[in-house]
Design a protein around this ligand. Structure first.
Ligand SMILES: Nc1ncnc2c1ncn2[C@@H]1O[C@H](COP(=O)(O)OP(=O)(O)OP(=O)(O)O)[C@@H](O)[C@H]1O
Ligand SMILES: [Mg+2]
Length: 336
């Protein structure tokens, strides 16, 4: 894996057993996350964004019977890492996770302090030996660390917040608590799956601003799943567009938003309310993974489809090194 990368997903495919037969939810997905960057991940509902995030965390969908490819993180393939190490060292520790709904993610019957302390108890504080005993002084040290984290995510009156229950916090404050949990163990990556969709617009903005500040302050890379191209434009350095479990296109945010190449990306961006006064949609629907169209999965909905599009799956075509990559035959001339 290149030195500037913190995560490299190569040809990741995930197939599950469903009632209607095998369903390939992810099909040769490729993604590279560089150190310190925020990568937006967009695509319609059902395109596999959450499955990708969960696969990186080692939480495979129910019924998953075939997982192939590689998820390289710090020189190791997470797909072949023993479950125990994944749970102790990676999931929620070296790779932090921020869920979509802060109302559901906290347990209502435990205090905020107990829930955040549990993270440090399970994974250990950065620099702590893994065979430590959980003594009073360790717990006191963990408490101080949690208070620092709550200050960092701007939860008011951090010291007293520890003894309060989740219902005493607003949605935005709860999301701050979850962000504190995600950064508690000094992760190298944060995976955020639509972290603001459950919040009102002003609170969304505050949380997104906080995420951007924290990513820079703690030098964390971030994969940010969102449907909102406004958010992508403001926060992310690069974007990956997924369609029906495949990577359709990726590249620097400015290029993808101002000069999208894949017809799917073009239509997806045109649907964004900021881009048009009319309500525009993409005709048709994302295919179900159990019976995807042959060739390019987008071809039945694509206004630019050619005969060849139904015959073979287009490979990801790379333009200039490190810039846009697109899986569409219309761009076969950009192969380097
Ligand atoms: N365990 C499973 N068994 C069968 N199909 C599944 C399973 N988990 C997910 N899927 C299917 O995989 C596809 C991708 O789902 P996923 O939740 O990853 O999409 P998404 O892009 O995150 O969508 P959204 O934007 O709505 O959150 C969907 O068609 C979904 O129904
Ligand atoms: Mg999702």
């Amino acid at each position: 894996m290149r030195d500037d990368l913190v995560l490299s997903v190569r040809d990741l495919s995930v197939t599950v057993h469903s009632d209607d037969g095998p369903a390939k939810i992810l099909d040769h997905v490729n993604l590279e996350l560089r150190r310190g960057e925020i990568m937006g991940v967009a695509g319609e509902s059902g395109c596999g964004k959450s499955t990708l995030i969960r696969s990186i965390l080692g939480i495979l969908p129910h019924g998953a019977h075939s997982v192939t490819g590689e998820i390289q993180f710090c020189g190791e393939n997470l797909l072949s890492m023993p479950q125990r190490r994944l749970e102790r060292e990676i999931r929620g520790a070296a790779i932090g996770f921020i869920p979509q709904d802060p109302y559901l993610a906290l347990n209502p019957v435990f205090t905020v302090g107990d829930q955040l302390l549990e993270i440090l108890r399970w994974h250990g504080m950065p620099g702590e030996s893994s065979d430590r005993r959980y003594t009073r002084s360790v717990r006191a040290r963990h408490r101080e660390r949690i208070i620092e984290l709550l200050d960092a995510v701007q939860v008011p009156d951090a010291r007293n917040a520890l003894d309060r229950y989740p219902h005493e916090f607003s949605g935005g404050q709860r999301q701050r608590l979850l962000i504190a949990g995600a950064i508690a163990c000094q992760p190298q990556i944060i995976l955020a799956d639509e972290p603001t969709t459950a919040l009102d617009v002003t609170t969304q903005l505050q949380i997104l601003k906080l995420l951007k500040e924290l990513a820079a302050r703690f030098d964390v890379s971030m994969l940010l799943v969102t449907h909102d191209f406004g958010v992508i434009g403001q926060l992310s350095d690069r974007v990956t567009i997924m369609y029906a479990g495949q990577t359709a296109e990726y590249g620097p945010t400015g290029e993808i938003i101002n000069d999208p190449r894949h017809p799917y990306t073009q239509m997806l961006i045109r649907c964004h309310p900021d881009r048009s006064d009319e309500l525009i949609g993409i005709p048709g629907q994302v295919p179900v993974p159990v019976s995807p169209p042959s060739g390019c999965r987008f071809h039945p909905r694509c206004p630019a489809a050619l005969d060849i599009c139904s015959a073979a799956r287009p490979p990801l075509l790379y333009g200039e090194a490190d810039r846009q990559a697109v899986a569409c035959v219309l761009y076969s001339e950009i192969v380097s």
